[in-house]
Write a protein that binds this ligand. Structure first.
Ligand SMILES: *[C@@H]1O[C@H](CO)[C@@H](O)[C@H](O)[C@H]1NC(C)=O
Ligand SMILES: *[C@@H]1O[C@H](CO)[C@@H](O)[C@H](O)[C@H]1NC(C)=O
Ligand SMILES: *[C@@H]1O[C@H](CO)[C@@H](O)[C@H](O)[C@H]1NC(C)=O
Ligand SMILES: *[C@@H]1O[C@H](CO)[C@@H](O)[C@H](O)[C@H]1NC(C)=O
Length: 425
């Protein structure tokens, strides 16, 4: 679903330098310092637990509770303060996800936040994020939903700073952005199947393209580029629904709905599992890579009353409550496969001191049938062959919560290393 437009992002009016400085200083004072304070406090607490007489601090209890909380299990609750940017305040929104611009009549879908059952998930704080990412780099590896997340992050960060385009190619599939004040680099790598793949037949049995997937070969477009990154967010899924021919050791071993004579249909899950296995293997085999690999789990689509290419649509205007739907069918299967391959890779990586984490967006996004562009990803008058888009997410919209998750994970990472430093340092 490469909704690859040739639209040009107009460079937006950014804040004046004074305003930026004022915001930065205020937010740093308000947020980063308490964070550091908490880290120190937590470290002290850990240190103190060796002494039975030391009282535990309220800060450390809160942090411990937060650390033990499963932030990915919860409900969407109303948030009248959202959204935190608009189609006119942020220039980074991809046309096809710019639902405000294209006249989506209801705005309620933007006004929810994620509330974990066992704790609170703070709303994204751009200054804090940029402070934590100072001198670091983050790569998005995957399809257009990965790009969707990156653009959401750019918009959420935009009150503090817009990045400079430092891409090494004019190919929009490989973007590189630099936050100069923070020396923070962000990049996206287009690899919808995560492994070496090529279009075999642009038509194929379903008229949506038949792809050749080389299940045991790396996609060097990204595997040769990522060893310098501190964080990789890897994701994939939606492209595996299309017809595919699977190759292993340079020979056809089977396919998914290819309808070719003498080729066994192994189903999409076969290819999906092997693709993740090979992608993780590529990461684990990088000599110089010292970063953290984050699996962003599959975000379900929400076509109702038909498949995506058969008139299906997503017309709901409210999130589900968690008791109104459940993970099942394809969504559950893809989720389980990812997690199984992730765990194998994590075990393998741990031997070499590699970090693997899960950004588990599946449950939260399963509950958001209301967050997709549907037909508001282009002008009503435009004659496009686009279907109703129930895969990507409107910006602003529920995908903004992925940055809430990510920041929380980075904070917990800081706490872990503070603690590990104390225990083993
Ligand atoms: C910017 O960050 C990179 C690591 O991402 C580091 O190697 C470099 O020294 C930093 N530059 C400055 C000026 O601090
Ligand atoms: C399919 O396999 C059969 C038996 O091995 C063979 O006779 C036939 O030519 C094959 N068809 C194609 C299209 O390869
Ligand atoms: C789901 O839970 C809410 C709140 O606990 C309740 O009001 C609602 O009736 C439940 N819905 C279903 C379908 O069980
Ligand atoms: C829209 O485009 C298709 C193919 O490009 C063409 O066949 C059709 O006539 C167009 N419809 C309108 C209303 O322009």
């Amino acid at each position: 679903m490469k909704l690859h437009g040739n639209e040009v992002l107009p460079s937006g009016k950014s804040y004046t330098l004074h305003k930026i400085l004022a915001i930065v200083i205020t937010l740093v004072l308000l947020t980063v310092i308490p964070l550091i304070y908490n880290l120190i406090n937590y470290s002290l607490f850990l240190h103190n637990t060796t002494s039975p007489t030391s009282p535990s601090s309220p800060y450390s209890n809160a942090i411990q509770q937060q650390e033990e909380c499963d932030i990915f299990t919860g409900e969407w609750v109303p948030n009248p303060n959202a959204p935190y940017y608009t189609s006119s305040s942020c220039w980074a929104i991809h046309e096809h996800q710019n639902c405000m611009k294209y006249g989506r009549p209801d705005g309620g879908f933007m006004q929810w936040r994620w509330k974990p059952d066992a704790c609170d998930l703070p709303i994204f704080n751009p200054s804090q994020f940029l402070e934590l990412m100072r001198d670091k780099s983050l790569a998005f590896v995957g399809d257009s939903v990965g790009r969707n997340q990156m653009q959401s992050l750019i918009c959420l960060l935009s009150p503090v700073e817009y990045p400079k385009d430092v891409s090494y190619t004019s190919d929009e599939s490989f973007k590189r952005w630099k936050y100069t004040t923070y020396n923070f680099t962000m990049a996206s790598f287009w690899t919808p199947h995560l492994i070496k793949a090529a279009m075999g037949d642009s038509n194929g049995p379903t008229k949506t393209g038949l792809f050749n997937l080389y299940l045991d070969e790396y996609d060097q477009e990204w595997t040769t580029q990522i060893d310098e990154f501190d964080y990789i967010i890897i994701s994939g899924g939606h492209w595996f629904f299309r017809p595919m021919v699977f190759y292993e050791r340079h020979r056809i071993v089977g396919c998914h709905y290819c309808l070719l004579e003498n080729v066994t249909d192994l189903g999409m899950y076969y290819g999906y599992r092997k693709a993740f296995r090979t992608a993780f293997k590529a990461i684990n085999s990088l000599e110089n890579f010292k970063g953290t690999t984050i699996l962003r789990t599959f975000a379900p689509s929400h076509f109702e009353n038909g498949l995506w290419n058969q008139g299906g649509n997503c017309l709901r205007t409210r999130p589900f409550r968690s008791n109104e739907t459940q993970l099942e069918g394809h969504n559950l299967e893809l989720y389980m496969i990812q997690m199984e391959e992730f765990k194998i890779a994590e075990r393998e990586g741990r031997k070499r001191g590699r970090k693997f984490r899960v950004l588990d967006t599946t449950q939260a996004m399963l509950l958001r049938p209301d967050g997709h562009p549907s037909r508001y990803g282009h002008l009503a008058s435009e004659n496009v062959t686009l279907y109703n888009d129930c895969v990507h997410w409107c910006l602003p919209g529920p995908i903004d919560a992925w940055s809430d998750f990510l920041l929380e994970m980075l904070k917990m990472e800081g706490i872990r290393s503070a603690r590990d430093g104390l225990q083993f340092g």
